[in-house]
Design a protein around this ligand. Structure first.
Ligand code: GDP
Length: 385
């Protein structure tokens, strides 16, 4: 399916930059346009792939291009004030050619955390195309303010988008990795999962696997509402297998092996690490996408995987299809779960955020009292005026 990507804040911009690289690498064709919005000039300058003319600086009058820090209320305010600047960039997109908007942001910071929900609300009011969010949750070690920001942004973002796709940094960090190196690796994991899903809906229907290819409307229907998470598993296959055996005049395709492989990949994708870990049985809808060389995909494999997921989720709305990719040497399964509700990480995030909010209020009140008693001399000193 064709997307207009809008990266908000530093994380959002970097992830959109990475989406552009991935789209080109797999020749996916799912990015119709890419915009980056930020209140910090340096972050916009650091991007590599988003076209210069699509980089929008907001809040210049207030923060002079230095960013809003971790103040997401300010992030929301400057976005509202400068929404016309962003709209100016969106006006250049041929919106009739896109299937949806995808607004991407890290939810723990200031600009993306505050601005992304404001933009989603604005887009939803103006356009009939669905507006999806891709929200990145902070690591638990980032501290109370990031957790509080993320919990408040999450609450608002999920209300303003048609579907919120979530990636939890906390579930994906590795010990002993630098923060920057870690983000580079994590961003690649993010764009591979979400990129393959969106690219799957972009394959034409004019080849020999036509009927089993995933359609963009199937993705849109799965993303109808709520919160989504993605699982992904893959396995290397010998890409010469088919060619060699057809040269020898043998059977080119081992139906049973392909079916078993796909069924086990769907299980691994679902039961392994998802972008947002959750209780699978709480999903309302699902979509299974088989990726890889067409000669290694078969419809029975997807169908078995789909049925297994139906049993796991007790949902009647599990769709399935292929995304054939000729020059890949691996077969993979993407499992999109949508409308998930049992998410321990979100409960924990909210709990820690409520505590952080209470602590912040107490500290503020104490500081005010202490300051008052510092300057109060009991009337023994007169101020100048
Ligand atoms: P903003 O520029 O004010 O919107 O804030 P940032 O985007 O710099 O940071 C917001 C949050 O996003 C941080 O708390 C991190 O959890 C996360 N983050 C920052 N950079 C990256 C990145 O490159 N990749 C990922 N996955 N997360 C990031």
């Amino acid at each position: 399916m064709k997307l207009a990507l809008i990266g908000f804040g530093q994380a959002g911009g970097k992830i959109v930059d990475e989406f552009l690289a991935f789209d080109e690498q797999i020749d996916g064709g799912f990015v119709e346009a890419a915009i980056a919005v930020n209140s910090a000039t340096v972050d916009l300058q650091g991007l590599e792939n988003v076209p210069q003319e699509n980089r929008v600086l907001v809040g210049q009058a207030r923060v002079k291009g230095h960013g809003v820090g971790a103040d997401n209320e300010l992030g929301a305010e400057v976005t509202e004030e400068d929404i016309d600047e962003i709209q100016g960039a969106v006006d250049k997109i041929p919106v009739h050619e896109i299937d949806a908007f995808l607004v991407v942001a890290g939810m723990g910071g200031g600009t993306g955390s505050g601005g992304a929900p404001v933009l989603a609300k604005h887009l939803n009011r103006i356009y009939t195309e669905p507006v999806y969010g891709l929200g990145v949750l902070p690591g638990t070690d980032e501290g109370g303010i990031y957790t509080l920001n993320a919990a408040r942004s999450f609450q608002t973002f999920v209300r303003e988008v048609d579907n919120l796709l979530v990636f939890d940094n906390d579930a994906w960090r590795s010990a002993g990795e630098s923060v920057e190196g870690g983000y580079d690796r994590i961003n690649k994991e993010i764009v591979e999962r979400f990129g393959l899903l969106f690219a799957a809906g972009e394959v034409g229907h004019d080849d020999d696997v036509a009927e089993s290819v995933v359609d963009s409307s199937e993705i849109i229907n799965t993303l109808e509402s709520g919160i989504s998470t993605i699982g992904y598993a893959r396995e290397t296959v010998d890409s010469d297998d088919g060619l060699l055996s057809s040269f020898r005049g043998e059977e080119t395709f081992d139906e049973g092996e392909a079916t078993n492989r796909m069924t086990s990949l769907v299980r691994k994708a679902t039961l392994g690490r998802m972008t947002l870990p959750c209780d699978v049985s709480s999903a309302d809808r699902g979509l299974v996408v088989a990726t890889g060389p067409a000669e290694h995909l078969n419809r029975k494999g997807v169908e078995r995987g789909r049925q297994w997921l139906e049993d796991e989720t007790a949902s009647m709305e599990i769709r399935g299809g292929d995304y054939p990719m000729s020059d890949r040497d691996e077969v993979g399964a993407i499992v999109l779960l949508s409308g998930v509700t049992d998410i321990p990480r979100v409960d924990q995030l909210q709990q820690v955020a409520i505590e952080a909010q209470e602590t912040t209020e107490t500290v503020k009140a104490n500081a005010q009292d202490e300051f008052a008693s510092l300057v109060d001399t009991g009337g023994e000193l007169d101020a100048l005026f």
